[in-house]
Ligand binder design. Structure first.
Ligand SMILES: *Cc1c(COP(=O)(O)O)cnc(C)c1O
Length: 423
């Protein structure tokens, strides 16, 4: 049996209707921005394997750090024990996070980072004997697939089977250009009519919605409104964190600082699943008490896994090198030139760029659904050409590893241009 045949016998894939989906491609190795399948076909990973891999596949610097940690202390429980890698990650993050972030809590993936933030927002007010139970979120948000994260997410086919079983979430429009006032008004109205505990948002870019972008000034205004009303703000930087927007964090563009930040994806350079939620001292203090019941009773077995911490430390060091910062700038500039070229194409609605994130919206007659027919046609065309891109409906985005070469990037652009002619 081939790997693909064995896969279909045993495995259940994410976001996959196994009856109608194509068989998955078996990847056997990766290096830099490239992956190879079992038939030795080469692919350019133009979406950094779901946005996790900034420094290239099989990166030996991160691998060495992981090996060293694995053969020193691979894991120890974090209840009642601590270790240097966790402390070093905390110290490192304190240097680079917005200055008001003072405490860090470890978990395993983006969804749990969000789950922790939402539970903390709710318990913060419970501990203060204030009845605040509503969470505010953006339309078409994506915050993950666990229950509170799913409740905060607004893309319906992820969540429709569970409607009526969620915590109380009220949605407001995203303040995209021209819609800022509508969004501000909606936020004020929700705060007036509900007992709001927190507002969770993807800062500046909504990834899963198709790289929908909005301005830092608008986000600062929304956060300002929350602050005036003592609503906690949660920046979900799971996608945007660690250089994707051109700055270390998307919140570095924003004049107001959030109460909590969620991190995962690129945190460990795409090697070991790990996540972090960070907090202000004020949030932490609401749980700091002689009463044990005011503690945060949340934890995961692999909390602060030392090997994951070692991978995170090596990744952040890589991010901070001049070489990597230049790479981010280089890709950004190439994206801008490609955007100028492509946005004039008669089949293009709009194109947009922030940092290394680029998206182009292709004209389509019908309202394209997320996994609609144009999407399938585009996806297959890209795979055939050896370029991994996962369009969202009629939106094609690029989120490359920062080490992607100019030649590889050019091939991605050319393939997208060909695809636009084809559809
Ligand atoms: C991917 C993502 C998540 C969920 O992370 P997982 O590791 O897939 O659970 C949450 N928020 C945002 C913004 C994401 O992009």
């Amino acid at each position: 049996m081939t790997l693909t045949e064995k896969d279909s016998q045993y495995l259940w894939h994410p976001y996959t209707q196994h009856k109608t989906s194509q068989t998955p491609i078996a990847i056997t190795r990766g290096k830099g921005a490239l992956l190879w399948d079992e038939n030795n076909k080469e692919y350019i990973d133009a979406i950094a394997s779901w946005w996790v891999n900034p420094f290239g596949h099989s990166n030996t610097i991160i691998a060495d750090a992981i090996y060293k940690q694995l053969t020193t202390l691979e894991h120890v429980l974090f209840g009642g024990f601590t270790h240097e890698p966790a402390i070093q990650v905390a110290e490192k993050l304190m240097e680079i996070l917005p200055k008001n972030q003072q405490k860090i809590f470890f978990s395993d993936n983006g969804s749990t980072a969000v789950e922790v933030a939402i539970k903390v927002a709710l318990q913060y007010f419970f501990n203060k004997n204030e009845k605040r139970t509503t969470i505010i979120a953006f339309e078409n948000a994506f915050h993950g697939d666990t229950f509170a994260a799913m409740a905060a997410s607004g893309i319906s086919f992820y969540t429709q089977a569970f409607q009526g079983m969620f915590i109380d979430v009220v949605r407001i429009p995203v303040p995209v250009k021209g819609q800022e006032e509508v969004s501000f008004k909606a936020l004020k109205a929700v705060i007036e009519s509900h007992n709001c505990a927190g507002f969770i948002f993807e800062p500046l870019v909504q990834g899963a919605a198709g790289m929908v972008m909005y301005e830092p000034e608008a986000l600062a205004t929304l956060i300002g409104i929350c602050k005036e009303n003592k609503v906690l703000t949660i920046a979900d930087e799971v996608m945007t964190g660690f250089g994707k927007t051109g700055k270390t964090f998307a919140m570095d563009y924003v004049a107001e600082q959030p109460d909590m930040i969620c991190l995962s994806k690129a945190l460990t350079g795409g090697t070991i699943p790990m996540a972090i939620t960070t907090f202000t001292q004020d949030v932490f203090d609401a749980f700091y008490d002689d009463d044990i019941n005011k503690a945060l009773f949340h934890g995961h077995t692999f909390t602060a896994n030392p090997t994951g911490c070692a991978a995170a430390l090596a990744s952040i060091d890589l991010l901070q090198t001049e070489e990597m910062q230049n790479n981010i700038q280089r890709i950004h500039e190439r994206h801008l030139s490609f955007q100028q070229k492509i946005e004039k194409h008669p089949k293009v609605v709009t194109a947009r760029t922030l940092g290394v994130i680029f998206a182009v919206e292709i004209k389509s007659d019908a309202a394209e659904s997320y996994y609609g027919s144009m999407r399938t046609k585009l996806y297959n065309f890209f795979i055939d050409k050896g370029v991994i891109l996962r369009p969202v409906g009629n939106i094609v985005y690029i989120l490359p590893p920062y080490i992607m070469t100019d030649e590889q990037l050019q091939k991605v652009y050319t393939t997208i241009e060909e695809a636009i002619e084809m559809v």
